[in-house]
Each structure stands twice: as C-alpha cells, then as structure tokens.
Design a protein around this ligand. Structure first.
Ligand code: RUB
Length: 344
C-alpha cells in the first residue's frame, strides 16, 4: 500500500470481535477460530470498497487486527489464512460472495471436525471410566459427549484451572449433560490421579515434534499422569496444528495480566510486609518502592513434550504425537507465508 493511501476501513463489528477475543469474552482455540471466520464474513458483507484491490486490503487489515489479539492458539491464524485464501474474483461482488462462502465453509467444517473427533476420542473411553480434565476445551468435551451418546457412563474429576478457573465452565457443561463431577483445586490433581482412567485435555497448538501447547498446568499434569500410569489424551482438531513449527519456529506463550493472579489489595498487603522488614533491619527507609522485590508472572500456556502424551485425537483419527508431522505436511505443505502479510 502507498503511504499516502488511507488505511483500509475495518468494520466496527470486526473490532468488537477482536476486543472480545483479547478480553477473553470469546475464548478457547476453536471458538476463537469460529469467531474470527465469522468476523471476516461480516467484513466482506459490509465492505463498501470501491475497487477489488480496496476490498482485498480491507480484508487483510481485518485479518491483521484479529490476528493481533492472542498469540498462542494457532487456530486463529489458521482460520484467517483459510478464509483469505478463498477470497477470489474480479469484482467486489465476486470477492464478497467467495469470502463469505469460504468463511461459512470453514465454520461448518469446524463443527463437523469437532463432532468426528469426538467420536474418535469416545472410542478410547469405556463404560464407567473416570476422566480428569484441565481448563475448558470444546474438543475434549466433544469426546465425552460422544461417549455419552454411545450410552457409556463417564464421570469427571475437573481441575479448577487457576488463575481464571475455566474448569468451572467444564463442570457446568458436564453437569448439564448429567455427568457426575468432582471439582478439585489444581494442587490436588496428583492425589486424584489414582482415581482417574484418563487425562483428557485440549490444545491451543500442536508443534511439528508433537509437543502440545495448552493451558498452563497441562505439562505438570501430564508428567504426574505418566508417573501414575494414567494415559494422556489430547483432543485437537487439525486446525490446532501449527504449520510454522515445521520450519523451526516456536510457539509464542501468552503472558497475561498480573491482576489475574494478584489484586491491588493483595499486592499492597505483601508489599507492606516487605516494607516493614526493610525498615526493621535498618536497610530501608520504611517506605520502599511498591513494585520493588515482588514480580508476578502469569504465563497462560505451557508446552507438554510428546513423551508424556499417549494420543492426539483429531477428526482424521488418532495419532501418536511423534507422527503428527506427517499429517501436518499433508495439510499445509511447507509454506507458511501469511496472506495478510502480502502487500499490494
Ligand atoms: C483455553 C485452553 C483450551 C484450548 C482448547 O485457553 O487452553 O484447552 O484452547 O480449547 P483460554 P478448544 O481460556 O486461555 O482461551 O478445544 O475449545 O479449542
């Protein structure tokens, strides 16, 4: 784009979706992908672009705004890439209809993939099994739903999942389906693994070496499960496969706000103790710097090495983590250029 050209107009509905994703009112990798595709369709429908080129620029700008919201779930760029690659035509009207159709196809495929994945995952669950969950994953829940549909009785040990307690969303959904739930704090997981037949989690991204990037705490759970002999099943549609990792890129781990871990009041309380001790040993002036000596770190995701994962369950079947790269090559080829980075 020439520097004197006006910035393409991104529709306010796209900006609203981007804000909802950033604020986690829309959250979870599959749900984020679905919302992003829907937002691109809205952008296409509401575009008042005067030329095909202006239309393309608008769509790319909308995709870039959505892309910036959260860094870890690859389903987001995968969704944006899929929709933009379907933008085809010589007129604005043709471009609009092809983009909207592509977004709709993506959303339908997403739903069907989740259902198929659920059926695959359900085959691993036997009647009477106890499943331990972490965070809230619609892919993981789809496996339980399919097991219930097949007439199996399943119960769940649901980890609360600090700091945002998305385990409560899982507990609510499972109770709605009539599944008996035991809710535990994260620290109790190892103790309760003795009662579990499976650990079942979702994924935000799967790397080419089979590493699983999911909500913080997943890796510790997987290590403990291995030590206890409980199999770890990762439910992840193929849009969770991270193409850039085939060419050596790593997955960015999102850091979230300190306030999710520590309120202002709690910080003041801890800081007061530090200030008092500094005053007591004579080394401080008794007032201190509110932020000195107390850092809060809040990574939202972690990486579980493939050796702790028994199976990655996708809509294409289940895979040992080490062989997932074969599926990745088949689906993505070797190219990783993002359409919203294309100029002109
Ligand atoms: C959610 C999370 C979920 C994955 C998979 O993190 O880690 O396990 O996104 O979810 P956050 P799904 O709450 O920070 O978005 O299976 O629904 O795609």
């Amino acid at each position: 784009m020439d520097s004197d050209e006006p910035a393409p107009a991104v529709d306010p509905a796209v900006t609203a979706t981007a804000e909802d994703i950033a604020a986690m009112r829309i959250r979870g990798a599959a749900t984020i992908a679905d919302a992003a595709a829907a937002a691109l369709a809205t952008q296409a429908e509401r575009s008042e672009a005067a030329s095909p080129e202006a239309f393309r620029r608008q769509l790319r700008a909308a995709a870039a705004e959505l892309y910036e919201t959260r860094p870890t779930a690859v389903s987001l760029p995968n969704a944006l890439r899929y929709v933009l690659r379907g933008m085809d035509g010589d007129t604005v009207a043709e471009l609009e209809s092809s983009t909207v159709a592509r977004a709709e196809a993506f959303r339908t495929d997403l739903e069907q993939a989740q259902r198929r994945l659920g059926e695959v995952g359900a085959n691993r669950l036997r009647d009477g099994d106890v499943v331990m969950t972490h965070c809230h994953s619609t892919d993981a829940l789809s496996c339980i739903e399919a097991a219930l549909d097949a007439g199996k009785h399943v119960s769940a040990i649901v980890k609360e999942t600090r700091p945002r307690k998305q385990g409560h969303i899982t507990a609510r959904q499972l109770r709605e389906w009539g599944v008996p739930v035991t809710l535990i704090v994260d620290n109790a997981a190892r103790r309760y693994l003795d009662r579990a037949d499976h650990v079942l989690v979702g994924a935000d991204s799967i790397a080419a070496d089979g590493s699983v990037i999911n909500k913080i705490g997943t890796s510790g759970l997987a290590v403990n499960a291995r030590e206890r002999g409980v199999p770890v099943m990762v439910a992840a549609q193929t849009i969770k496969l991270h193409p850039d990792t085939m060419t050596g890129h790593t997955v960015e781990i999102e850091s979230r706000a300190e306030s999710e871990v520590l309120s202002e009041e709690e910080r003041a309380d801890i800081t007061a103790a530090g200030t008092a001790s500094e005053a007591g040993d004579g080394s401080g002036d008794g007032r201190g710097d509110d932020h000195a000596g107390l850092e809060v770190e809040n990574p939202a995701f972690d990486v579980t090495p493939p050796r702790y994962v028994d199976a990655i369950v996708t809509e294409r079947g289940q895979f040992p983590p080490e062989s997932i790269v074969t599926l990745m090559r088949e689906l993505f080829g070797e190219t990783t250029e993002e359409p919203w980075e294309t100029r002109g």
